[in-house]
Design a protein around this ligand. Structure first.
Ligand SMILES: Nc1ncnc2c1ncn2[C@@H]1O[C@H](COP(=O)(O)OP(=O)(O)OP(=O)(O)O)[C@@H](O)[C@H]1O
Length: 286
């Protein structure tokens, strides 16, 4: 796997030999990851394991094995980690892939409710709610009931509730799904701003969001971390691959899309080679 230092400064998210299973499916297969302040894009095909990873980091799912440290606290699962999970949750923001809300609540009521769940001080909450809603461009709808909003606006309410406590670790699972181009551009700028002080992890299929807003990119495939780099280095990878192997296939419309596809292809070719060598070695030894 190609690796690059994902960020300067202290490690805030550390995952060691993390395995996550859903019944018989291994969603994450003993992955290691270390991230710090910055905006970290998680890319990978459907089923790669991005949501499984984010759910464990959000402490809403327990791993089968391995360790997870968030902000210096072990939170992976055992009863001994219970107090740490509670403490860390106050410093987390989480937007799930499918985000549950109360349609009869107004935007203000819902974000206030989340602030209460995170045990924010009551006197600081009204201002924090207004600021989070302003950051996602919904100030003019703050007293509208959520059920009267469009799908993209509801997604932005989801981002606002994740931001309300100014989290040290912010986990966003496909945050820009359904969001219009103007708001996406605004959101990328918000991400860049948040990433100067927090650890932001964004799972997405929109590689252009990664190119525009992320300081690092982690590429996953079939439960493994297969590549870690800066977006610029990932974008240069397709050119490098062409230079190395003489490949002429030119798929992807942007440099980072071509880099993403080249990194996946490179990993899959290497895995197939290892499997073939393994079979050959097995036969030789038989
Ligand atoms: N609740 C579940 N029950 C059984 N298998 C599951 C469940 N959730 C996920 N999986 C499986 O775990 C693997 C990883 O899924 P996961 O949702 O983490 O991938 P992903 O990278 O987030 O995919 P996508 O890009 O489609 O959202 C897949 O093989 C998926 O089928």
């Amino acid at each position: 796997m190609s690796t690059a230092p994902p960020s300067d400064g202290p490690v805030t998210v550390a995952v060691d030999a993390l395995t996550v299973k859903h019944r018989r499916t291994t969603a994450l297969d003993a992955i290691d990851l270390e991230l710090g302040t910055g905006v970290h894009g998680l890319l990978g095909p459907n089923g790669a394991g991005k949501t499984s990873l984010i759910r464990v980091l959000a402490t809403v799912a327990a791993p089968a094995s391995g360790s997870v440290r968030l902000l210096g606290h072990g939170v992976a699962g055992g009863a001994s980690d219970h107090a740490a999970r509670t403490a860390v949750r106050r410093r987390l923001g989480y937007l799930p892939q499918e985000f549950g809300y109360y349609p009869r609540f107004t935007v203000r009521e819902f974000v206030t409710y989340v602030a209460w769940l995170k045990e924010m001080p009551g006197d600081a909450t009204p201002e924090a709610v207004e600021r989070a809603v302003e950051r996602v461009g919904l100030t003019d709808r703050i007293d509208a009931k959520i059920r009267t909003l469009s799908g993209g606006m509801v997604r932005r309410v989801g981002i606002a509730q994740a931001l309300v406590n100014d989290p040290d670790v912010l986990l966003l699972d496909e945050p820009t799904t359904g969001i219009d181009p103007e708001q996406r551009v605004r959101f990328r700028s918000l991400l860049r701003q948040l990433g100067t002080t927090s650890t932001v992890i964004v799972a997405t299929h929109l590689v252009e969001d990664v190119a525009a807003a992320c300081t690092s990119v982690t590429l996953m495939d079939e439960g493994h971390v297969v590549h870690q780099d800066t977006p610029a280095a990932l974008a240069a990878l397709a050119e490098d691959a062409r230079g190395d192997t003489g490949e002429t296939e030119d798929i992807g419309d942007t440099a980072i899309e071509r880099g993403y596809l080249a990194a996946l292809r490179r990993h899959r070719t290497a895995s197939a080679g290892t499997a073939t060598t393994g079979v050959a070695a097995g036969k030789a030894g038989a």
